[in-house]
Design a binder for this molecule. Structure first.
Ligand SMILES: NC(=O)c1ccc[n+]([C@@H]2O[C@H](COP(=O)([O-])OP(=O)(O)OC[C@H]3O[C@@H](n4cnc5c(N)ncnc54)[C@H](O)[C@@H]3O)[C@@H](O)[C@H]2O)c1
Length: 412
């Protein structure tokens, strides 16, 4: 660049010419007196606070998942573009949460949603899977009716998978369907339950026996809320993230291996959630109604359901999935689908992340008998999702009993 006689004036002219372009940029950073490292750190901090947007294309809906640190304070902004319209006055909104989550985040959520200016009702249910049943769905219907919810209203589910499943089922069926927004607050709900459209409640005859497909209007994930998760819940989500890596993202799997090997084992949960969600989104977009490939997401589940059943459901689903992935990997090796290196890597990654990989509380015969109750059976045969390599899994439903028992023996 030629500065001519007066570099100062040249710079000013340049700044003036570029001003409109600079003004259009969403972020500005003052670099005065900052080292290059400090500037880079500030840029990263800005980047971390930006929502990451993941579009989802469902057959009957298109929606966006926002991964947004601090996003809880922006719930009103998430609602705004949807221009929810009622028959006259602004339509009422309903927030559904559980007692634990509400005690932690209720104020923050209310402050944000009140900015919409829409009438608001809050329904706080007792915490826990044992409350995910039709009686509470009936209670939600009562409260929706009391609040005058209409087709243009929305139900905002703030909580873990229990809340999104239950509020989602109520939203799917009330008035033949009203919009819902998912605000998952557990890692497991963020990477799994909040996306894909499956909603359900339990029935005395089986878990998730009563359900529907209901796509959310939007999903908001604020990773900051994971900071208050009890360790067990964090581990359950981590098991699902590792599962996603094995199903379809070797780099995600490697990141989980690496993070566990680092001192302090610090994980960038936002990044892991994003990658794990990308795997789930790709699968559910291909097979939204679970007629084929969506079953791949059930890696480890045929075994996991038996472990859960035998524990009287005291064992958390995510931990059972970790054990189930290990058992499925032994089975894959026994069937010659994967080599010992892949099996060793998967088991090691689970262990390094403090996840269980064995079950010695029950004999292989007991576990195998319990697997017979799995509702994911097809034509009377058990279905298994088995890894061939990291990022490559197959569905098999012609596995001989002896091989399953041998895999269970190896996972004791
Ligand atoms: N629909 C689907 O596609 C799908 C997929 C996976 C799981 N699910 C369902 O999800 C449920 C399991 O979900 P879950 O593990 O989130 O269980 P959950 O909803 O019971 O949450 C687990 C616990 O964490 C607490 N909690 C939630 N967020 C918290 C936070 N930020 N800080 C502190 N505590 C917090 C909850 O109060 C609860 O005690 C099961 O019912 C399962 O069937 C559904």
């Amino acid at each position: 660049m030629l500065w001519g006689e007066d570099p100062d004036a040249a710079l000013r002219a340049l700044l003036h010419a570029r001003q409109p372009a600079y003004a259009a940029l969403p972020h500005h950073l003052d670099t005065t007196h900052r080292t290059a490292e400090q500037v880079a750190e500030a840029v990263l901090a800005l980047y971390r606070c930006e929502p990451r947007l993941l579009p989802v294309q469902a057959p009957d809906a298109r929606y966006t998942v926002r991964i947004w640190p601090g996003g809880l304070a922006h719930l009103a902004d998430v609602l705004a573009p949807h221009a929810l319209r009622g028959s006259g006055a602004p339509p009422p909104l309903a927030i559904v949460s559980d007692e634990t989550v509400w005690a932690l985040y209720g104020e923050q959520v209310l402050t944000s949603v009140r900015q919409t200016g829409q009438p608001l009702t809050t329904i706080v249910l007792p915490t826990g899977e044992q409350h995910k049943h039709l009686d509470n769905v009936r209670l939600l219907y009562d409260r929706f009716a009391d609040a005058g919810l209409e087709r243009g209203s929305a139900v905002i589910a703030v909580g873990g998978g229990v809340i999104s499943d239950m509020a989602g089922y109520a939203a799917a069926t009330y008035l033949r369907g009203i919009p819902m927004i998912n605000v998952p607050t557990t890692l497991l709900a963020a990477v799994d339950a909040s996306v894909g459209g499956k909603v359900a409640v339990d029935h005395p005859r089986g878990k998730n026996l009563i359900g529907a497909f209901k796509q959310p209007l939007a999903v908001l994930i604020d990773p900051q809320v994971f900071e208050t998760l009890p360790e067990r819940e964090r581990l359950c989500g981590l098991a699902e993230i590792i599962k996603a890596g094995i199903i379809g993202d070797p780099a995600l799997f490697a990141a989980c291996e690496d993070a566990a090997s680092q001192a302090g084992g610090s994980l960038d949960l936002s990044a892991l959630v994003e990658r794990a969600l990308a795997v789930k989104i790709a699968v559910v977009q291909q097979d939204p109604y679970e007629q084929g490939q969506r079953a791949l997401l059930n890696l480890g589940h045929t075994f996991a359901h038996a472990y859960e059943l035998l524990s009287g459901y005291r064992l958390s689903h995510g931990l059972a999935v970790a054990q189930g992935i290990a058992a499925a990997t032994h089975l894959a090796e026994l069937r010659g689908l994967c080599g010992p290196e892949t099996r060793a890597r998967i088991v090691a990654a689970l262990r390094a992340n403090a996840l269980p990989t064995t079950c010695d509380a029950h004999t292989p015969a007991e576990i195998y008998a319990a697997m017979g109750a799995d509702k994911k059976r097809r034509g009377g045969r058990l279905r298994f999702v088995l890894p061939r390599a990291i990022g490559d899994v197959v569905i098999e439903d012609d596995v001989p009993d002896e091989q399953v028992l041998a895999a269970l023996e190896r996972s004791r």
